[in-house]
Design a protein. Structure first.
Length: 265
């Protein structure tokens, strides 16, 4: 018998609550946008989202699909421990060890609806720089005093490391996993994506600037603190919401030239 690795998933829109379907649409779009903006690592990494009104259950990607293939109906419903509650008819499963980081944060920070983790080239580069993320651009200044750092302890995450992970994230929505990659989370999928986009862009700029070999100019501390405050979610407007509809229109437009199923399937 050959394994069923077909990606022709049945649309389950009429079989789940309206809230779950919306969470599936938001999360599937988030995976596609992560691909569009160059933040994927083959089939690896995860973005997880809580299902509203069903706070004990989360959505996660099938392990084995690239982000271009992910659709609303292909997302797996799991509990906080990573046990599968529902998955499509497929031999693909989930990456339980990859979920461990997400599970630790979802358990400790129930107000967060989405956790996102990447292994991008720029993110990995900055994660290995002793200076950490430098507030050298307007984009990176929002993270001053609002980002955690977690030292690398190896690929297998045990119970004790989960506690250190949560401790190192603290109250923040962003964390640099040293020698590993980036992590963001947020009150909505849109916010977690927006924070990741800004963090990624900050890392790309930092790598470019340091590669230029010139001394880096940093603004004074009071300017940094003021700027970081202005860019916190809620200071002026919610994060990532105004941007989201334009990005969905981008996905809609690009779908027309794509051989992949639409994310809304
Ligand atoms: Zn990772």
């Amino acid at each position: 018998m050959t394994a069923n690795y077909s990606t022709q998933f049945r649309c389950i829109r009429d079989e789940v609550s309206a809230a779950e379907w919306q969470a599936r649409l938001d999360l599937a779009a988030c995976y596609r946008l992560t691909d569009v903006y160059g933040m994927t690592d083959l089939i690896y990494n995860h973005i997880t989202a809580r299902i509203p009104g069903d706070e004990e259950h989360l959505l996660i990607n099938l392990y084995g699909l690239i982000y271009k293939e992910i659709t609303a109906s292909s997302l797996v419903k799991i509990d906080l421990e990573g046990n599968i509650i529902w998955k499509p008819d497929t031999d693909y499963g989930i990456n339980k060890s990859g979920y461990v980081i997400h599970g630790a944060i979802h358990r400790a920070r129930p107000e967060l609806k989405c956790v996102m983790h990447t292994h991008t080239r720029a993110g990995m580069a900055v994660s290995a720089q002793k200076c950490g993320l430098l507030p050298m651009s307007q984009t990176s200044m929002r993270f001053v005093g609002h980002i955690g750092y977690h030292d690398y302890e190896g690929p297998a995450i045990d119970l004790a490391e989960r506690e250190r992970l949560v401790r190192d994230l603290g109250p923040h929505d962003a964390m640099i996993l040293r020698n590993h990659g980036l992590l963001t989370c947020g009150a909505t999928v849109q916010q977690a994506f927006n924070t990741m986009y800004q963090l990624e862009l900050s890392c790309r700029a930092q790598v470019d600037a340091l590669a230029g070999g010139q001394e880096i100019l940093l603004p004074p501390q009071e300017v940094l603190g003021h700027t970081a405050n202005l860019y916190q979610p809620g200071t002026r407007r919610p994060y990532g919401v105004l941007e989201w509809h334009a990005m969905l229109r981008q996905l809609d437009a690009e779908q027309k030239n794509s051989g992949y199923p639409p994310y809304w399937h």
